[in-house]
Each structure stands twice: as C-alpha cells, then as structure tokens.
Design a binder for this molecule. Structure first.
Ligand code: B12
Ligand code: SF4
Length: 485
C-alpha cells in the first residue's frame, strides 16, 4: 500500500517553514508521532511523510491510505484534509491526542480512529485495511514499546532544528489539571531501557539532539543512571525538566557532564495560589531566583514556560510577571494562555465558562473561556504584550550579556542567542503587539474620571465665572416676561 502520513498545520503555521527568515526552524523538531507510526509499518508498504509547516499536500499523487496526526488546535484542518481525501475515495485514519479524547467527534470525519499510542493498534489496522475489514476504532497499548530506530530519512532535515529526537520516557506522574499528558497516559510513566537509549544515541550523526520527554528527571535514580551512561558520548542536548532539579547538585552535575545545554522548565505562574489551584505542587515561586542561578552555574540555559489566565490573575499580572522574569534571570520564555483542552480535568472544571469551541483557537494564544478577573480581550492583549516586551532588543542584549560572563558562557553562547533571536523573529513575523491591560485600565479610569469631571463642570459649574454668570443671565432673559411691570 502507498501510505501518506500527514502532520497538519493550522492558520499561520501552514507553510511557515518555507519562509526564508524567521521560519520557525528553531522550534520545529520531533515528528516522533508520525515517525513512530512509520516505524510500526511493515516494510512492504511505501510511506511518504508530509509536514504541512514545511510541505504542500501532494493532492495529485496516488495513495491508498492516509494517516493524520491530530492535536486539538489542528483538528479543524485535519477534518478538512480528511474530507478531501475521502471525497476521492481514499480511506483516512486519525490518531493522536485530539481523537483519543474526542472519539465520537473524530469518527464523523474519518474511516478509523487510533486512540492512545499506536503500538499494537496500527499494525492491526493495516492488516484489516488489506483484508478489507477496517474497523472504526482501534485502541493502542501503552505497554508496547515504540521502536527507537525511526525512518528519519522521511524528513527534510534542513527544515528542522534537529530531526534527532529521542524519548527516554513517556508520560508524567504529576497530575496538573491543565495538562493533556496526564490524561493521555493516565498518570503513568514509561521508561525505556538505558542501554537501548545509549545504543540509539550512538547512531545519531550530529552532536546535538533533543529529549522530547515531558519530565525527564521525574524519576531521579533513572535520570542519574541515564546521564551517567550518556556522558561518555560527547553529545549536547536540551530537554524539559522540573525546576526541582536545582535542589539536586549531583543530578545537575551529571546532567551537565552528559551534555545538557538547556532546560525548558514549566514555572507556569509566580502565584502560589494559582499553582495550587492547578494542583501543580512543585517548588514555590519564591525560590525561582536561586533555582535559575544554580542551573546557570551548571552551564544550562533556562527557558521558562508561563501560563496566564488563572482565576487569581488580574490585569496587573503581565507587568508583575515581567518584573519577576527580569529579576530571576531566565534566558527565554514561552508564554501561553490557560487552555482547557478536551480530556483534561480543567476542561471539566471550566465547562460552564468555555465560550469558544473553535478547536483551532486551542493553540494557547486564545482566551477560549471567560477569565475571572479580566476580559478575554485583556488576556489575549496581555499575552502579546508580555511576549513583545520580554523580547525587546535591549532585554535580549541584557540577557545575552549576562550569559557571556558566566563560566563556559562563551562556549554555549549560541544557545541563548538562537532562542532569543528566534522568539524575537516570531513576534516580528506574526506582528505581535498587544497592550498592558492594567495600564489601559488605569488610563481608561483616568480618562473617565476626567470626562465625568468635565461633564459635571459643563452641567453645573460650581463657581460660575463672571462671564458665564452674564451668559446665563443673557440666555435666561428672553424667558422673562416681556411685559413691563
Ligand atoms: C514536539 C511537540 C511539538 C512539535 C512537533 C509536533 C509534531 N507534529 O511532531 C511542535 C513544536 C511543532 C508542536 C507544536 C504545537 N504543540 Co506540541 N508537542 C510536542 C510534544 C512535546 C512531543 C510530541 C511527540 O513527539 N511525542 C512522542 C510521540 C511518540 O507520541 P505522540 O505524539 O503521542 O504519538 C503517538 C500517539 O499519539 C499515536 N499517534 C499520534 N499521531 C498519530 C497518527 C496516526 C495516523 C496514528 C495511527 C497514531 C498516531 O501514535 C504515536 C506513537 O505511539 C508533545 C508532548 C508529548 N509528550 O507528546 C506536545 C503536544 C503534542 N503539543 C501540544 C500543543 C498544544 C501544541 C501547540 C498547539 C501549541 C504549542 N505548544 O506551541 C502547537 C501546534 C502548532 C500548530 N497549530 O500547528 C499538546 C497537544 C494537546 C492536545 N490535546 O492537542 C501536547 C500534548 C503538549 C501538552 N503538554 O499539552 N508540538
Ligand atoms: S504540566 Fe508537566 S509536570 Fe504537570 S502533568 Fe504535565 S508534564 Fe507533568
């Protein structure tokens, strides 16, 4: 069979990778979802992989089966692609996070759904397609390992920051209410054999790679053994980890020796109340400054993940967060709007407040619910504002200058440089502007105070001037009886 696997891209992401400047390459990686599906496909089938951020859909090429990976934000585009292929008589299979949590909806747009991981389900589905007995739903088995060796030649590697990505673990044992990972893996965590990972990393022909794990250091003993095993390989890599690593000098030391040059840490918010409300019970925000400093001392860049729109967030949250970010000294920042993704506990808790069910807006940039302490417009405007302000040239220069004077700062200077320039380029490319809602409110309040003052003055001058007294008298004269007394 000729199988076409598609990673759809919605809105402004579509074709972004074809642009010459600020084409999102720094943020484009992984494709592990479809590469894993391809790796589970028997050799007798022919596979083509299309990433819509980079490639066009080959509408005119003959194909026997289409597989689409679907996130909530890309669901509308996926359904559109699916409709067009099905109109041509090509069966379409949808897999990934969104169909897993929305089986009934997704089934309306596809011939079959793979819910959960592809292990077990995809090979069975292919057999059924060949036998002409395709079923509407297949459930994957998370205990079946996805092969580590992947057909990376299916990707145009020049379009990605790295096609060398690896997942040592899948899932996370924390249960943050906004996170899809918890729901997808049911709060469980799967760890691969360390020997297999080392052997796999040996096969990478470039020095730099990415661990796409959601929380690589969650199991300390496993992480320690992993870092000790990969240290001799002389690779450099980046990953996501919990800020708690800062409390563990031994782990941090091995992480550095293993080649880690950067960590993405989900700080989410600087309000302890906000974190508690989402059951994110990690390090209290007041320790972040020391934590960042410690991670820096180990030569790793810190990119902070932040979320806005918690019920404790008022219009002033953007300016106050920016001040804290400047103070604690993170090197890059990714800001998102709290988004109740289907399948998460947050989605259930927010059901009554969700006002926008256009899935393409579930990309962390839209306020799809009514926030408690500001308007949806303010939340979106504030998000753009903090993005723009954090990546102004002078703030970038200050961060880079700070990085240069750190031990081994020169050697890894390209990491914060690339990240900051890429983020700045994204603001530029997407025309991000925004406004500070607190400031706008103050200005509006001042304005309306001034207006009401003026209104009062116009309506009833407190101390009428001599001129206005005369004017009042003059104006009222015709109303006096004209008959002489
Ligand atoms: C790398 C990554 C990206 C990369 C690349 C995505 C890609 N296509 O490979 C980039 C940077 C482009 C990206 C972008 C976004 N991402 Co992203 N991303 C990830 C991340 C960290 C890893 C994905 C991965 O490789 N997983 C490993 C593979 C092996 O697992 P998998 O993806 O689940 O795939 C398995 C199954 O789901 C299934 N499967 C998946 N697809 C298909 C298709 C078929 C046909 C079949 C049969 C099976 C199947 O089989 C696979 C093997 O078992 C995940 C988090 C995570 N742990 O998954 C978030 C994640 C997928 N992203 C997410 C989001 C929200 C986004 C964005 C919308 C916002 C953002 N973060 O910027 C944008 C979307 C941009 C757009 N509008 O186009 C959410 C999705 C939640 C949801 N309910 O939709 C996740 C889960 C993060 C999270 N914590 O919530 N992302
Ligand atoms: S947000 Fe991070 S720590 Fe929380 S459940 Fe998701 S992956 Fe785990």
């Amino acid at each position: 069979m000729r199988i076409l696997l598609i990673a759809p891209a919605s809105g402004r992401w579509r074709g972004l990778g074809k642009k010459r400047l600020f084409n999102g390459k720094t943020f484009r990686f992984s494709m592990l979802s479809l590469l894993s599906v391809a790796a589970l496909t028997p050799d007798r089938h022919e596979i083509r992989l299309v990433d819509e951020q980079v490639d066009d859909i080959p509408w005119d090429e003959p194909v026997d089966l289409v597989g689409i990976t679907v996130m909530t934000a890309t669901a509308p585009r996926s359904y559109e692609l699916s409709r067009r292929f099905r109109e041509r008589g090509v069966p379409v299979v949808l897999g990934g996070f969104h169909p897993t949590f929305n089986v009934a909806e997704a089934r309306r747009y596809a011939d079959a759904i793979v819910a959960g991981p592809a292990g077990g389900a995809w090979p069975a589905l292919l057999k059924d397609v060949e036998a002409g007995t395709l079923q509407p739903l297949y459930r994957g088995d998370p205990d079946r390992e996805i092969p580590l060796a992947l057909p990376r030649h299916l990707l145009n590697r020049s379009r990605y920051v790295s096609v060398q990505t690896c997942s040592a673990t899948l899932g996370c044992r924390n249960r943050c209410s906004f996170c899809s990972i918890t729901a997808f893996y049911d709060g469980k965590r799967y760890q691969r054999d360390i020997g297999d990972i080392v052997e796999h990393l040996h096969s990478f022909d470039e020095t730099f790679f990415l661990f796409i794990d959601d929380n690589l250091t969650q199991d300390r003993e496993y992480a320690l053994r992993l870092f000790q095993a990969i240290a001799p390989l002389g690779k450099t890599w980046a990953t996501q980890a919990s800020v708690e690593i800062a409390d563990d000098p031994e782990l941090l030391g091995w992480m550095r020796r293993a080649g880690c040059v950067g960590v993405f840490v989900g700080l989410e918010s600087f309000s302890e109340r906000a974190l508690c409300s989402q059951r994110k019970t990690l390090k209290p925000p007041r320790f972040y400054k020391d934590a960042v400093r410690t991670i820096h001392r180990h030569g790793m860049v810190v990119e902070a993940g932040l979320i806005f729109g918690f019920d404790t967030d008022g219009p002033d949250v953007f300016a106050s967060t920016l001040a804290v970010l400047d103070d604690i000294g993170v090197d890059a920042m990714q800001a998102s709007i709290l988004t109740p993704l289907p399948g998460t506990r947050l989605f259930e808790e927010m059901r009554d407040r969700i006002v926008d069910l256009d899935w393409s807006h579930y990309d962390y940039k839209w306020a799809v619910f009514e926030p408690a302490r500001m308007t949806r417009q303010d939340l979106m405007g504030g998000l753009e504002w903090i993005n723009k302000r954090f990546y102004t040239p002078w703030r970038i220069a200050r961060r880079l200058g700070r990085w240069l004077v750190m031990p081994s700062g020169l050697r890894t200077f390209h990491v914060p440089l690339l990240l900051n320039v890429a983020y700045w380029g994204r603001q530029f490319q997407f025309g991000v502007k925004g406004y500070d809602p607190a400031r706008r409110r103050r200005r509006t309040a001042d304005l309306s105070r001034a207006q009401s003052r003026d209104a009062v003055r116009c309506a009833k001058p407190l101390i009428p001037s001599r001129r206005s007294r005369r004017a009042t008298r003059d104006a009222s004269q015709p109303l006096r009886p004209s008959v002489p007394a």
